[in-house]
Design a protein around this ligand. Structure first.
Ligand code: GAL
Length: 741
């Protein structure tokens, strides 16, 4: 409770005083068509219609076919007065905020151009929409007609419906220094020390100076430790930053205030830099992978026991079923078994520090993927610039950084590997970035890893590469010959074919292309995980299993923003729990941690560290595919600690295979819970709001079907907690992840 009050008091000072002389418009004068004379102050717009700036013009009776249109806003400007005398440089300017404009605008004050965003069709380079970018323009106050009428005229081009200014009000005001500044945070490592970088950005054409004050609050207790004060100054259009060393293993929340020296105004923000909760793995062997694995009768077994601990390590089994072998140095199980049944045996791992055993069940049957797949996919990092070298570099890192010891094994190439044309015999050809798929498959298998690939039921993929249309069997056979273990089959280019079908409005038309490839995959002599990617159309979770799929994407593509994570992870998973079970998983898309970028240019995930804890906890609860979407060669210690917490991962890999449901949705609080095979319950306490909250789990025990707690374990910290004092502070977008019984 103390923490909540402290944080609230601290944030209360954040509201900024309203600036003097501001005008706000909800409606404008409007006329469709284009005429540059309309920018002039004296232009006669008496017969123009009025139009709201809070919605697009299409929804206000303006024909959807309208391409150009002009908005005009009239306002009086008070004569220059004492109050205008320079307190800050901003007093010389007028600050115009249009909000976003769909799609392109040019904005004039009394006939003079003051800003432009996007490109008109007649501009060099051609049309470019910037429909979602808020327009913020500065104009010299000398342009004002003091004591008389002034006109802000906005020329808008819409490249296709909808169009216009839509997120009003439109405002004109004198800019405050802080209108152009923002505080942002990042982390960097230098010489083994973690530093939190606090950046003051300044988009205005004058220098902003002031004092940065940083209070460090302990994340657990809320106790405020030292206060640091630094002078800081950001030059016109530039950033200024300071880097503070901190201990990545004892989380602090930084409460940061910037006070502008000219205006005395304040900017406040709280941030918790990357912090590591996962305790280091013991040096002695520890089994981290689920004790079951499914294989079809006669299919090759290919399973790497995930065991952490010092290397070298040796693996052995005294009761290995006939037909199987276990690699003594790498713990890879191979061979095959022809008959259905549960084959139970014990595997022992030994190193210089000790040994560990796991009782393991090989389930020879029709179901594979008895726990959600774990591994890597190239899309969120490299996009279409994926190459064999990049796949191999990430595979090496998967092994070297120990991720393979936690069960991450699929190395999945997404779009971008196919050649522009098929071979003469119709088989699929690879482009120059992938010289030899069979060799790549062998190379991955030698390391105990698995090989994944991507295609589309359409003629082309989303990225414009070759799809499998009319070559489904040939492609399934090629995949088999390369040693492929996983196929992501992405609808995308199939739209064109779908549109030509008579029964395109029926469920059957959505199922058909997936059924076809599903059958061909099943005809192959190896088990190929079948991953459907069609963004959840036609309630795929209800029928995915009928085409023998092992997982199905339930949503559109994820991005590394809180909005995307919130919508995909929380809102769009609400009703999906009944459809997950061993061998059949709902897939909310790849993880957005580490360095991502969908291109050659990678950057740190834009999720805050707390949001990343939320992300991984939620994916564990959702029994989601755990496919890492970043460059593994650039993994930092924080991201490794997020991905390699054996107790957190054990929730994802729990053999009961039940997906969590949302049991509490109360204000900003969400509690998701899933039953586990050992009779306990995994519980995620999430704060999806912008303010910190304090949660007393005792209030919600009945909703978990519990009267009181016998055990209570913090999964990230791997520590037993009190079973009676259940009060937890949860920061904005953060989580408490527990296992209770
Ligand atoms: C999208 C798919 C992405 C990625 C991309 C490749 O349709 O959802 O995950 O595979 O295509 O072009």
């Amino acid at each position: 409770m103390r923490f909540k009050i402290l944080a609230m008091l601290w944030l209360a000072g954040a509201a900024l005083s309203a600036s003097a002389q501001s005008k706000s418009f909800l409606v404008a004068k409007f006329k469709a068509g284009d005429d540059t004379a309309r920018k002039e102050a004296g232009y006669n717009d008496k017969d123009w219609q009025t139009l709201k700036v809070t919605d697009v013009w299409d929804r206000q009776g303006v024909p959807a076919s309208t391409d150009y249109g002009w908005y005009r806003f009239h306002f009086d400007a008070a004569p220059a007065s004492e109050a205008d005398r320079q307190k800050t440089e901003g007093d010389n300017y007028l600050y115009v905020n249009l909000g976003p404009v769909d799609d392109v605008d040019e904005t004039y004050l009394n006939g003079t151009l003051i800003g432009k965003t996007g490109r008109f069709p007649t501009d060099e380079g051609g049309y470019a929409s910037m429909w979602n970018t808020p327009r913020k323009y500065l104009a010299d106050k000398k342009l004002l007609n003091r004591g008389g009428d002034n006109v802000l005229a906005v020329r808008v081009y819409s490249g296709g419906e909808p169009g216009g200014i839509f997120r009003g009000p439109v405002t004109v005001s004198t800019p405050r220094n802080l209108d152009g500044t923002a505080l942002t945070f990042s982390e960097k490592e230098s010489k083994g020390t973690s530093k939190c970088v606090i950046t003051l950005s300044n988009e205005f054409p004058w220098t902003v100076k002031g004092v940065l004050e940083i209070k460090e609050a302990d994340l657990e207790t809320g106790k405020v430790g030292k206060t640091i004060r630094r002078n800081i100054s950001a030059r016109p259009g530039k950033n200024a930053e300071i880097a503070l060393p901190y201990n990545i293993k004892s989380p602090v929340k930084m409460l940061v205030t910037f006070t502008d020296s000219k205006s005395g105004e304040m900017l406040k923000k709280a941030y918790t830099p990357k912090y590591i909760l996962t305790p280091p793995a013991p040096a002695a062997p520890r089994f981290n992978t689920a004790p079951v694995y499914g294989v079809r009768p006669g299919s090759p077994v290919h399973f790497r026991f995930g065991v952490s601990g010092d290397r070298p390590m040796t693996f052995s089994s005294a009761d290995l079923p006939e037909g199987l072998t276990l690699g003594a140095d790498n713990g890879v199980l191979s061979g095959s078994i022809g008959d259905y049944g549960d084959y139970i045996f014990t595997v022992k791992a030994t190193n210089a520090k000790g040994s560990a055993e796991q009782t393991f069940t090989l389930k020879v049957g029709d179901a594979i993927a008895l726990t959600p797949p774990m591994g890597w996919n190239s899309w969120n990092c490299w996009g279409l610039s994926v190459s064999q070298d990049r796949v191999m570099s990430s595979a090496n890192a998967l092994v070297d950084k120990g991720l393979a010891d936690y069960g991450y094994c699929y190395m999945n190439i997404d779009d971008g590997w196919e050649a522009p044309y098929r071979n003469d015999d119709g088989t699929i050809a690879v482009n120059e970035k992938f010289p030899d798929m069979k060799a790549l498959g062998d190379w991955l298998h030698e390391r105990g890893l698995k090989f994944g690939i991507y295609s589309s039921p359409g003629d082309l993929t989303c990225g414009g590469y070759l799809g499998s249309l009319d070559h489904e069997l040939q492609d399934a056979e090629s995949y088999n010959s390369w040693g492929v273990d996983y196929l992501k089959y992405d609808w995308c280019g199939y739209w064109r074919k779908h549109a030509t079908q008579k029964d395109r409005n029926t469920l059957a038309s959505y199922i058909r292309p997936y059924m076809l490839m599903g059958e061909y995959l099943r005809q192959q002599p190896r088990d190929i995980f079948y991953s459907l990617c069609q963004y959840g159309m036609a309630d795929v979770w209800k029928w995915g299993h009928t085409v023998d799929a092992n997982s199905w994407r339930t949503t559109g593509d994820i991005e590394d923003t809180w909005q995307s994570l919130y919508s995909i992870g929380f809102e769009q998973q609400l009703d999906l729990a009944p459809y997950a079970e061993p061998g059949r998983w709902n897939d909310p898309d790849m993880m957005i941690v580490g360095k991502v970028g969908w291109s050659d240019n990678l950057r740190d995930s834009r999720l805050t560290p707390d949001e990343q804890y939320t992300h991984v906890s939620l994916w564990a609860l959702l029994a989601a595919n755990m496919l890492i979407g970043c460059d593994l060669a650039q993994l930092d210690d924080f991201t490794v600690s997020l991905l390699c917490n054996n107790e957190v991962n054990a929730v994802n890999q729990d053999i009961l295979g039940k997906q969590a449901t949302c049991v509490v949705s109360d204000g900003d609080l969400r509690i998701w819970a899933r039953p586990l095979a050992d009779g306990s319950t995994a519980v995620g306490i999430f704060n999806v709001g912008d303010d910190d909250i304090t949660v007393n789990l005792a209030d919600y025990l009945p909703r978990l079907g519990l009267k009181s707690l016998k055990t209570n374990r913090d999964l990230w910290r791997q520590k037993d907690l009190s079973t009676t004092d259940l009060v937890y502070p949860v920061s904005t977008h953060a989580v408490r992840f527990l296992k209770v019984s």
